[in-house]
Design a protein around this ligand. Sequence first.
Ligand code: CP3
Length: 408
Amino acid sequence: MRCSIRCSILRAESQRGAGTWDLEFSKVLAGPESLPGIGSVTEFANDTLLRALLRQDVDYTPVWIMRQAGRYLPEYRATRARAGNFLDLCRNPELACEVTLQPLDRFPLDAAILFSDILTIPDAMGLGLYFTEGEGPRFERPIRDAADVQRLAVPDMEDELGYVMDAVAVIRRELAGRVPLIGFSGSPWTLAVYMVEGGGTKLFARSKAMLFDRPDLMHGLLSKLSESVTAYLDAQIAHGAQAVMIFDTWGGVLTPRDYREFSLDYMTRITAGLTRKAEGRQVPVILFTKGGGQWLDRMAKSGCDALGVDWTQDLTDARSLVEDRVALQGNLDPGILYAAPERIRKEVERVLASYGRGPGHIFNLGHGIHPDVDPDHVAALVDAVHALSPAWHRTAGAGAIDRDAGIP
Ligand code: CP3
């Protein structure tokens, strides 16, 4: 399977008529350590994201958008149609690279995020992932009992998940240092919810029943997932991811006590186990619990570098909760993108002001972008962040400050 992916990519590349490209391309797939230019030192055109994640001085607030490669872009829909469906798109490293770069070609974003999905791990564990139109993800073989948990094995990152690692390597090569590449995974709790429910859910009936009736079983599942997520993110880092993010989409449905025991403790364990330095640079770790605003202080003690914040939390409050221990990423209401560009600009200004002066802010939405948003509104958002944010940074040149913004 992996060999056929490699061959098809090599064929596609040689059809483009790149003379020495085949040889170089095979090195990409062998891992970043063998690459000229992606060896021990990476020359970045723009490393603002990595600096902000580590709370170092920056000239402006970097911006990227959760789900920036997706259905709101007509070019994404065209590539997905070429691939056949979403999963085949994820499994084709060249096409996954193409859609990863599409939003960067349209907007001056400060980061690329690997195009993939959080459900690749359970799929590789044998649950049989499929997507039905309008219904979202589903599993053919959900986790129902102790035997199901027992059977699960940590997948081989270079084999069953080799297509993800190939995509990381190809994207890194094509980015050529333009902006950093973010790798990602789901949190163990969020993956467990999908695996136990067999797909998306509004009630969490099966996953809550397992948590309360069979906590031992839930912990068994979460332990295997933690091991898998650690290996998965480590492999992405080894293949070229320069920051990693853990999406805990469902942590916010837990009680404070259960959040700690069934979600945060596992993310802390993963964070402690990860490779934190590669290619001579630190690899920042971002944790994002949707609906986790009230727990940011505890999350900040997990050992991560940055926390994602959704739009239900005020960034001023979030910043005082984490006491400048970690950077904060967010938190524009995704719904603002339905409003007119002038209104979007005002809301960007409000979010920048709510974080305040100094480094440690990465601009983003509070959750993924909606599929029916007008791309021109995304352009307005990105431009507003770049135009308005220099005023909030010490090192900003006076010329970069937008006087009309009235700040600070
Ligand atoms: O941010 C990016 O651009 C990277 C790509 C990315 C996708 N999924 C692509 C995708 C990332 C980071 C994810 C993570 C993901 N996947 C999460 C956690 C993030 C979050 O928003 O909290 C979750 C819960 C999933 C599971 C998943 N995948 C769902 C629920 C769906 C259906 C969504 C829908 O609206 O139909 C997916 C499919 C998916 N993942 C799409 C994309 C672009 C849409 C697929 C398509 O129809 O083309």
